[in-house]
Design a protein around this ligand. Structure first.
Ligand SMILES: [Zn+2]
Length: 334
């Protein structure tokens, strides 16, 4: 296990040199993307640009790091803190969503740099953070030593006294900003997700799925469920995702790049329409009502459409004289 020389890692060509001059507060490095309300996505450079994000939450001068990326991305996280004017002593928490190395591999280096921070980890992941030898051996068996050295660098152990395990339902304050932990197995049994009440957002690690902006279309963001071995449990994962949705999130912060706004959409004969777009709904219903032989209107709300929008459509249809309208599909709206 060796540490690659600086600049040797694929995807890390833009590693920052930040020690000398502090940038102006607004001059964020290109690998830092503000998500609003004190949340920042840091492109860890893992594999390729815009592949994997770590998140910073900065609130009232204190900070939490949620997912760390692998060790070679740590200089970028430290560079982001520096550019934001957040001292290393202001980092209260380092919170890997789970202990896979692309999410937690840099935790040891970050805990060394942020000497006042506590590592918050799922109970099933704690021992691997304290002694990462099994994690390293398991990943090396899959990727081989060359790829491990290039993409994962070195995984450092963390003193158990600096770790705390989380509980399902546990609430935590970051300088008065409430975070909530949910045990979310399915991708891995050592996975928790973190709810940020301020943005109504979930930091989902690998639970919600992989998502890359390059594949988005007008119909919405592209997502793919994660089915990585060895603890992939489809039914359990489905239940965890449903639990995330039950919180009615406005934001999802997946580790794949980067945050998603959750739109509440519905279908119109296969076409996707923003729920609550009264003008779009009304013009379509008026066109239907104007036909001598009215066609059937199939309304296909998805799980995220709220009842009042469906009620608005039904009331509009009645007012305009649409006679054949029905809700199809076996998904329930909220
Ligand atoms: Zn994972």
């Amino acid at each position: 296990m060796t540490t690659p020389a600086p600049g040797e890692n694929r995807g890390h060509e833009q590693a920052p040199h930040f020690a000398q001059n502090r940038p102006m507060p607004n001059a964020l490095p290109t690998f830092v993307q503000p998500c609003g309300q004190g949340v920042y996505a840091v492109d860890t450079g893992f594999v390729r640009p815009h592949f994997a994000a770590a998140y910073l939450m900065v609130h009232a001068g204190r900070a939490a790091i949620i997912d760390t990326g692998p060790a070679p991305g740590v200089p970028r996280i430290l560079g982001a803190l520096d550019a934001l004017g957040v001292g290393l002593d202001a980092v209260d928490y380092v919170i890997p969503t789970h202990v896979h190395l692309d999410h937690a591999g840099g935790a040891g280096q970050l805990m060394q740099a942020c000497t006042g921070a506590t590592l918050l980890v799922h109970p099933r992941g704690q021992r691997h953070m304290v002694d990462p030898s099994a994690l390293w051996a398991g990943a090396t068996a899959v990727y081989g030593p060359e790829e491990m050295a290039r993409d994962y660098g070195q995984v450092l152990p963390i003193a158990i006294e600096r770790t705390q395990v989380t509980q399902d339902g546990q609430r935590l304050m970051l300088a008065g900003r409430e975070l909530l932990f949910a045990d979310t197995p399915g991708h891995a049994r050592h996975h928790h997700c973190i709810w940020d009440a301020a943005t109504r957002g979930w930091f989902t690690g690998d639970t919600f799925g992989l998502s890359y902006r390059e594949f988005d279309t007008a119909a919405g963001p592209w997502m793919l469920p994660t089915s990585t071995p060895v603890q992939f449990e489809p039914d359990v994962l489905r239940a965890s995702i449903q639990r995330l949705l039950d919180q009615d999130p406005q934001r999802i912060y997946p580790v794949s790049y980067t945050h998603l706004d959750v739109y509440k959409r519905q279908g119109w004969n296969g076409e996707v329409i923003e729920a609550g777009d009264r003008a779009a709904i009304e013009s379509r219903l008026a066109a239907v009502a104007a036909q001598a032989d009215q066609p059937e209107v199939h309304l296909r709300p998805n799980k995220l459409v709220i009842y009042k929008h469906v009620a608005m459509i039904m009331a509009t249809a009645q007012r305009l004289g649409v006679t054949k309208i029905g809700i199809v599909g076996n998904e329930q709206f909220l």
